[in-house]
Every structure is written in C-alpha cells, then in structure tokens.
Design a protein around this ligand. Structure first.
Ligand SMILES: Nc1ncnc2c1ncn2[C@@H]1O[C@H](COP(=O)(O)OP(=O)(O)OP(=O)(O)O)[C@@H](O)[C@H]1O
Ligand SMILES: [Mg+2]
Length: 555
C-alpha cells in the first residue's frame, strides 16, 4: 500500500502540470462530440482513473481510498450508467472541486466538462452496446431460424419420403422390388452416401444385405453377410437399439468391408423390429463427420416401422401364396383324381358294350347281329360323346353366341329330342307360355344343353310315369323371363340339397354329376340364375330366371 501511495504521490507531483494542461485543453473544446473523439486511444476508464488518481490524494484515510477505487474501477465501473457515473461525481463534487482548485482556477468548468464527457461517452457506449447486442441477438435469431428451418426442411423431406415409402409398402409389388425402391428413395431424398437394408437370418445368426443404394452399390458383393453382434449393424440387430456413430474412424465397433469404405466418416443404423423381435436394420452412411442428427434417427425409425410392416406383409403374402398354391394343387389333384375315376367308370360300361358287340360281330357277322350291334354301338358312342361334351363344357366353357330365340319353340324341340317315347312310360307333358312373349337373345346350342340336363333329370326322377310341366312367364314390372320346369318325381332329399350343384355329385349309377353344374354355369353366363325348390315326395321345380338381354349380342 505504501508503494501505491508513493506512486500516486509521484503521479501527482510529476505529472500534475501535464495532466492539468491536458484537462484545460479539453475544456476549451466546446463540442461534446469533439471531446468524445479525444478518447481515441484512451478508454474513459483510463481517463477517469487518471482523474481520480489526481483527486484521490484528497481522500485522507486508506479505507476511503480503497472504497473509492473499488467502487469506481473494479466491478461497478462495468455497470456504470451515465447517470450513475455522474451521480458519483456529483457526490464527490466537493472533494473533487477542492482538489481541482488546488491546481487550477478553472475547477468548476473542468468538473462540468468531465461530467459532460462521462455522460456523453456512456450514452454513446450504451447505444453502441445496445445496437451491438441487438444486432448480435438478431444474428443469433437468424442463425436459430435458419437452423430450425433446416430441421423443418429435413423433417418435411423425411415425411414426404416416408409417405412415398408407405405407398410403396401398400403396393402389390414383389417385396424385393419394394425394398430396392425404398433404399434408392431414402438415398436420393436425403443424399446419404450409402444406404443398405439388412435382414436377420435367425437360423444362421447372420444378417444378409437385401438391398443397397449409393456409392458402394457395386463394392458390396451380392448377398453380403455380417454376423450378429459384429460391426455397427451387428450391434444394432443384437441390441434392438439404434446407433449414431458420428466419427466412425474412432469407433471400435466399425468393420470396414473394403478399403474404399474409409471415405465414410459417420454411420447411422436403426433396427427394423416388430413388437417382439428384430427383423433387420437400415444402415445409412455419410462422408461427413457428425453427418447425422436426431431428426435423422427419428425419421429413420418411422421408416423402419413401415419397413417392419412391409416385411410382415411380405411374409404373410408369401405364406398365403404358398398355402394357396398347395391348396390349389391338392384341390386340382383331388378333382383330377375324382374326375378320372368317374370318367374311367363312365366310359368303361359303354366301351365294354361296344367291345362285346364288335367282337361278337367279328366272330359271326350275321345280318341280325350286324343290325343289333350297330344300333347298340351307335347308342353307346352317343353316350360317350355326350359324356365328353359334358366334361369339355365344364372344363372349357364356350363363348356365348346370342341370337333372338323363340323360347317356347326351343323348349318343345328339346322335349321332342329328349322325351322320345316317354308317353309310353306314362309321362305327360304340358307347356304354357304367354302369347306376346318376345324373342329372347340366347345362345341356342348352350341353352338347349341346360334344358336337356333338366329334362333328363326330371325323366330319370319319374321312371314309373308322372307329369312334366313347363311354365314360361314374363314379368311385366321386371324385365326378365322365368322358366319353371316342374316334375312329380320323389323330390330331392333335404340332406343332399346342398350338394346337387357341386361337380361330380350324383346319386345315379350312370351319372357324371355334371348336368346341373354345367346348366347353372350356362344360365349364369347369360346373366340369369338357376334355382330349385323340392320337398321329399312332392316333386321338384327348377327355376330359370333370365334378365332382359335385348341389348346384348354376345357374352
Ligand atoms: N328333378 C330331380 N329330382 C330328383 N333329384 C334330382 C333332380 N334333378 C337332380 N337331382 C339330383 O341331383 C343330382 C345331381 O344332378 P346332375 O344333373 O348334376 O347330375 P346327374 O343327373 O346325377 O348326372 P348327369 O351328369 O348325368 O346329369 C342327381 O344325381 C340327383 O340326385
Ligand atoms: Mg343330370
């Protein structure tokens, strides 16, 4: 302290004259602005310090001295407002003036000038600081806005990509094609250096790269594999948690598959998982250090959720397809098995008859035999032809060739064709039709087939005679025709009613079980319906409803 006092004394005595002239010079300047410029090279704190050093000697006790210095030059000086600085000076005015007067007669003017200078300086400083702070704030706000904008832009881009990927996921494309498109979409949308998609092979405890896009597309060999627990991808698949490695050069988990991979500085890997298991991982690379942020992580996690769905659906799709194939195969085999057994059974009898008569003709070709045999052979051949027609009709339905048909005439024709000699078996036939019935567009050959099948069934159901009634009705309010074919046979037992439209269902020894199936098929291809009502013991009614086909030429 002694030293300080000695120093101050020294300043006061040696520099007094020069300081005084300095102050006086400055006082002479009238413009505050001008005076402020004088501060160039000096901070006002220096000036104040000089000034207070000059007057401090006036402070008699050491405590006063310390207090003053402390208040002015240490902490408080920084918080000086012009008012505070001036108030301090005013508070010290008496002391200051007394001290100033000891070396100048112009003490009052100097004091005022000091006040003015301090006030002006601090005002300027205050505004300069304020402006500086504001521009700094503005800059910071701009930086923050730019950062937020970048984040939002990134988010929006991720969202758009995610939407596009969601659409892909819902598409019916082959799953491997979906995966290929997804990695390309992700790589291009976010300009990642490389993107790979790995699937876990649980049985081998390995991951297989299923799709990839980016700079290393050609470097990774087809079907590239990595062990679970090894490398960043392996760690992710093992733990089920994402890893953001923003400086891979210093990451011991990283595995380099080929030298070019050294160009990668950051790696982000996100698991693809369902509620209960990890299915694989999506791995993205960046050539920049700190190449990824949390928006990348979040977006990729949304994406991998969708991917989990794609994979799940793909598995389901695959399983369903395999199951379907198996079913179709077994159904087809069953149908072929049943069909061939029936066909074999059906053709065996006519063939045996034909063979028997042909052989008997070979042995003794008497005119009598020739006559009987040829008739029977021709009859059996017709049966075989019909059987073949039935099978072909069922397996390969023909295109309809519609033409206007007089329905009552067509039905009568069929009756004569099928019902030959039936009257002698005690079967009576009746047919009603409205007189104004228009011609109806039908495929005559195929529609005849329907009627033949139904008539045959009716005749076969009445081996001991009965009645066959055909009613044709035209509904005025609805544009369709109804044909009812009613027999007085035993009816169809309730327990088989659900079966009669199934292929190969028959209760007859010589039936193929295709008659009704084919008939239904043909009626439906005309846009109509075929149904029946039957009660055991009270006959059967087959009903054909045909829509108005007048506008159609062919189906
Ligand atoms: N009018 C009917 N009265 C009683 N049962 C009938 C009648 N029509 C059909 N059925 C029953 O429906 C079964 C299936 O008939 P469908 O015409 O499809 O085959 P099918 O007559 O047995 O053999 P086909 O191929 O020679 O016609 C018949 O076997 C028979 O049991
Ligand atoms: Mg039949």
């Amino acid at each position: 302290m002694k030293n300080t006092e000695q120093n101050l004394h020294h300043i006061l005595t040696t520099q007094r004259a020069s300081l005084l002239s300095e102050w006086q010079k400055r006082v002479r300047r009238t413009s505050a602005l001008q005076l402020r410029e004088d501060f160039d090279g000096h901070t006002p704190d220096n000036v104040l310090e000089e000034f207070f050093d000059l007057i401090v000697k006036q402070i008699t006790t050491k405590q006063d001295y310390h207090l003053l210095r402390q208040r002015i030059f240490s902490g408080e000086i920084n918080a000086f407002t012009p008012d505070a600085a001036c108030r301090l000076l005013i508070a010290l005015k008496k002391t200051v003036l007394r001290r100033l007067k000891s070396f100048t007669h112009n003490a009052e003017a100097i004091f005022d000038e000091i006040l003015l200078r301090i006030s002006a300086y601090y005002h300027e400083m205050r505004y300069r600081n304020l402006a500086q702070r504001q521009s700094q704030n503005l800059r910071q706000r701009n930086i923050e806005i730019a950062r937020l904008l970048a984040v939002e832009k990134q988010r929006a881009a991720h969202l758009t990509t995610n939407n596009r990927i969601a659409q892909m996921a819902l598409s019916t494309l082959d799953p491997s094609e979906i995966f290929r498109r997804i990695v390309h979409e992700v790589q291009q949308s976010f300009n990642y250096q490389h993107v790979s998609l790995y699937f876990l092979e649980t049985h081998a405890n390995q991951m297989v790269m299923k799709a990839r896009a980016g700079v290393y597309e050609k470097h990774f060999p087809e079907g590239y594999r990595q062990n679970v627990g090894e490398g960043i991808v392996g760690h992710v698949v093992a733990s089920g948690n994402p890893i953001m490695a923003n400086d891979v050069a210093n990451d011991p988990r990283r595995i380099i598959a080929f030298p070019q991979e050294k160009n990668t500085r950051s790696e982000l890997c996100v698991p693809i998982k369902t509620a209960d298991r990890v299915l694989g991982a999506l791995d993205v690379l960046s050539r920049k250090k700190n190449g990824f942020n949390w928006t990348d992580v979040q977006s990729l996690m949304v994406l991998t959720d969708q991917l989990a769905w794609v994979i799940h659906n793909a598995h389901l799709f695959q399983e369903t397809r395999e199951l379907q194939d198996e079913l179709v195969q077994s159904e087809r085999l069953a149908v072929i098995g049943e069909m061939s057994a029936r066909i074999a059974h059906e053709i065996r009898n006519p063939l045996a008859t034909i063979g028997g008569f042909a052989r008997s003709l070979q042995r003794a070709p008497t005119p009598d035999r020739i006559d009987t045999a040829s008739r029977i052979i021709s009859c059996e051949v017709t049966r075989l032809e019909e059987l073949l027609t039935d099978i072909l009709n069922y397996t390969r339905p023909r295109k309809l060739e519609l033409e206007p048909i007089n329905l009552p005439d067509l039905i009568t024709d069929v009756y004569h064709q099928v019902g030959e000699g039936l009257e002698s078996r005690g079967i009576t036939y009746r047919q009603n039709a409205p007189s104004d019935l228009p011609e109806i567009p039908l495929d005559p050959a195929q529609f005849k087939q329907v009627l033949i099948n139904i008539f045959k069934n009716a005749f076969q159901a009445m081996p001991n005679g009965g009645k066959l009634h055909v009613h044709i009705r035209k509904k005025e309010d609805q544009p369709h025709i109804e044909i009812e074919i009613r027999d007085t046979g035993p009816g169809i037992p309730t327990e088989i009613q659900d079966e009669i439209f199934k292929p190969y269902f028959t209760t007859k020894t010589k039936g193929t079980g295709l008659g009704l199936v084919i008939s239904k098929q043909i009626v439906e291809r005309h846009g109509g319906t075929l149904s029946f009502t039957s009660h055991s013991g009270s006959g059967t009614t087959l009903s054909i409803h045909l829509p108005d086909l007048s506008s159609r030429k062919s189906l």
